[in-house]
Design a protein around this ligand. Structure first.
Ligand SMILES: Nc1ncnc2c1ncn2[C@@H]1O[C@H](COP(=O)(O)OP(=O)(O)OP(=O)(O)O)[C@@H](O)[C@H]1O
Length: 643
């Protein structure tokens, strides 16, 4: 039975609450973008991060099914200015000096982002302008919002007759979940699964409507999802596997391919990783019989078009046109059949949540919908996929960061509450299983997070429990590499925080200390690609990148916001907390989920640079500082400035 029906929300109130919040969020995103937004000035847009000015095209490559990949760098060859472009964002390319609202040279999708370059995929290379100064503008992703609104409309209308008719009452707390009387036993494909993974899989296979796979950092959540998919395919289920991001979907595809599962990846080829292109719908469609027939028809049409051009008398022309129309119709039919053949024959269809609304999946129903990164997706986005199935499994960790919401008001009114979180509150352990062995962190790094957020239930696998930085190849034992936890305290060192024009906070003193520690690690032989500096503040990312400059030995080191680093890991992580002020304000450092993500990115060493006097004003952060002091090494920031 449901534990706490109080947190349940009816389908009707969900739809009526979410519809205006989706609009608010859409408006917030649009007002950040330049073309349709409130900001009518290009420089303001650059400051807001929605436009990058003064770019030059430095490379053009053809790849990915005939698409063109164009790489852009700043005219001056420096790091790019601070921006809010992300992978897969839709962008337009314009001449640098083009008027606001002018038509673009081309529209594309962000493919790769580096500190000093951005690569965009276009359908075709723009015919002109590439040898001049250019700018990129980020567009608001209106399609996503439209799809979410369409889904809400669908939910308010016919859900109770659709494939999810039995699932909906459970997910809205009207009826409790059911599980098989006897827990399902299985023979794993992956022989190295740990006990917590096996237990979770068994519980997932026994669930009749909903199951939550709770995967704390580094516990093999995706490994477990892949095994669940394999077991379900073996049982004969047709599965829709989704995630919020393309990268997470591709990650599952890559791991399923070696098992020779009949799968198809649905999505725009420009947004897929090159290594999964063979699994892409477009590639598989081309191999089908109907596609060959469509191709023959196109050849026939080409020949007829040639005749049409030469035909002199009207009757002949009419006859040819009639034939062309009939062939065109047949060609479209064959194309559609080619697509539906592939979709019908596949056991597993993989796509992003918003991608699940494609026409190609109309009228296709699934025995199971699996959503990875379930705690990072808006609930409405999850429903796009959920409406297509009668059973669901969500994998995620609601104790790491939730989806980013632009509109403060929509966030306040509950847009950011995820389905994963809501169901964990509603039904708890009845439908949930937590993975408890982690394969990333030294146990001293892990213990803080485990005690603070996971009731002390996580253990470190023996392969990582005591691994040290100096165990890495070519790394020597030194004062820099001997520490697992390191606290560098800037209190009393004259390293006050400052604010930039966008009101984002930065701290130059701390940035220097963080960089100095990175250099110490490199001096002991650590590769720069094994080090990451992360910080909660976007302005601090810029300060750090500028400080790094063009120094060759630091080139491969990653510098990112904490939010942007979720899901990733490095051998050594340096966290710059930034806040240092007399009022002892800590802002959004308070969010336990953000600090949880920050610390748990580190495999062998976690170094925190902060003003302990400021951050200790928050009880959670104070405990964290105390933990680092007790179990790690303590240094003053002045030790670094004096070195
Ligand atoms: N049973 C296992 N035995 C050995 N290694 C494992 C096991 N399960 C997972 N791993 C390893 O742990 C690492 C993390 O696994 P995976 O990518 O599945 O984790 P995740 O939980 O999805 O990651 P994240 O914490 O970033 O969400 C991988 O290198 C994987 O090979």
């Amino acid at each position: 039975m449901a534990k706490n029906r109080g947190t349940a929300m009816s389908l009707e109130s969900f739809v009526s609450t979410m519809a205006p919040l989706i609009d608010m969020e859409k408006e917030a995103e649009i007002s950040m973008s330049l073309t349709t937004g409130a900001s009518r000035n290009i420089e303001t847009a650059q400051k807001k991060g929605t436009t990058i000015l003064n770019l030059k095209c430095v490379d053009v490559q053809t790849g990915l099914m005939g698409k063109s990949l164009l790489e852009f760098q700043s005219n001056k060859g420096d790091v790019l200015p601070p921006h809010k472009f992300g992978n897969h964002d839709v962008v337009v390319l314009k001449l640098n000096k083009a008027d606001l609202g002018s038509s673009p040279l081309a529209q594309g999708v962000v493919y790769r982002l580096r500190d000093s370059s951005i690569t965009v995929v276009f359908d075709e290379v723009p015919e002109e302008g590439l040898n001049t100064s250019l700018r990129l503008e980020k567009l608001a992703n209106e399609v996503t919002y439209r799809r979410m609104k369409d889904t809400l409309v669908q939910m308010s209308k016919g859900v109770l007759r659709g494939p999810a008719s039995d699932l909906v009452p459970v997910l809205f707390g009207e009826r409790g979940p059911t599980v098989a009387k006897k827990e399902v036993e299985f023979t794993p494909f992956n022989k190295s699964l740990d006990q917590s993974q096996r237990d979770a899989i068994s519980k997932a296979l026994s669930s009749k409507d909903v199951f939550l796979l709770h995967g704390p950092p580094g516990t093999g959540k995706t490994t477990t999802v892949v095994e669940i998919i394999l077991q379900e395919v073996k049982r004969g289920s047709k599965i829709l596997a989704c995630a919020a991001s393309n990268i997470a979907v591709d990650n599952i595809v890559e791991r399923l391919v070696p098992h020779k599962v009949k799968l198809v990846r649905v999505g725009h080829p420009a947004r897929l990783l090159p290594q999964v292109l063979d699994s892409a719908l477009d590639a598989q469609v081309l191999k089908g019989d109907n596609s060959a027939l469509a191709n023959d028809i196109r050849k026939e049409m080409k020949a007829l078009n040639g005749k049409l051009l030469k035909a002199k008398d009207r009757n002949t022309r009419r006859g040819i046109q009639k034939d062309l129309r009939a062939l065109g119709k047949e060609e479209r039919k064959r194309q559609q059949l080619a697509v539906s053949d592939v979709i019908k024959n596949a056991d597993v269809i993989l796509t992003t949540l918003t991608g699940a609304l494609t026409r190609k999946l109309d009228n296709i129903t699934f025995d199971l919908v699996i959503i990875d990164e379930g705690a990072q997706a808006l609930e409405v986005a999850c429903w796009i996929a959920l409406l297509k199935g009668s059973r669901c499994i969500l994998a995620g960790d609601h104790l790491q960061l939730p989806p980013t919401i632009q509109s403060a008001e929509a966030e306040k009114k509950g847009l950011g509450i995820t389905l994963f979180e809501r169901l964990a509150d509603l039904y708890g352990d009845e439908i949930k299983s937590m993975l408890t062995v982690q394969y990333r962190m030294h146990e001293r790094i892990m213990n803080w997070s485990s005690e603070e957020l996971y009731d002390g239930k996580i253990t470190a696998h023996s392969s990582v429990a005591s691994h040290m930085v100096y165990d890495l190849e070519n790394v020597e034992k030194s004062s820099a590499t001997e520490a697992t936890l390191l606290l560098v305290d800037s209190a009393g060192c004259d390293m006050e925080e400052k604010k930039d024009e966008e009101e984002s906070t930065y701290n130059e003193g701390e940035a220097e200390v963080a960089m100095a520690h990175a250099k110490r690690l490199i001096k002991s032989g650590v590769r720069s690609c094994d080090i990451g500096i992360i910080t909660p503040y976007a302005a601090q990312v810029m300060v750090l990148r500028i400080l790094r400059g063009k120094e060759e030995k630091l080139k491969e080191m990653e510098i990112s916001t904490v939010d942007g680093f979720q899901g990733r890991e490095k051998e050594a992580i340096i966290i710059s907390m930034v806040r240092s002020n007399s009022k002892k304000e800590v802002g959004f450092l308070k969010d336990q989920r953000r600090m949880n993500v920050a610390v748990t990115r580190a495999r062998r060493q976690c170094c925190v640079v902060c003003d302990t006097e400021t951050v200790s004003s928050d009880a959670f952060l104070k405990r964290m500082i105390e933990y680092f002091e007790e179990h790690g090494e303590y240094l003053s920031a002045s030790d670094y400035t004096n070195w």
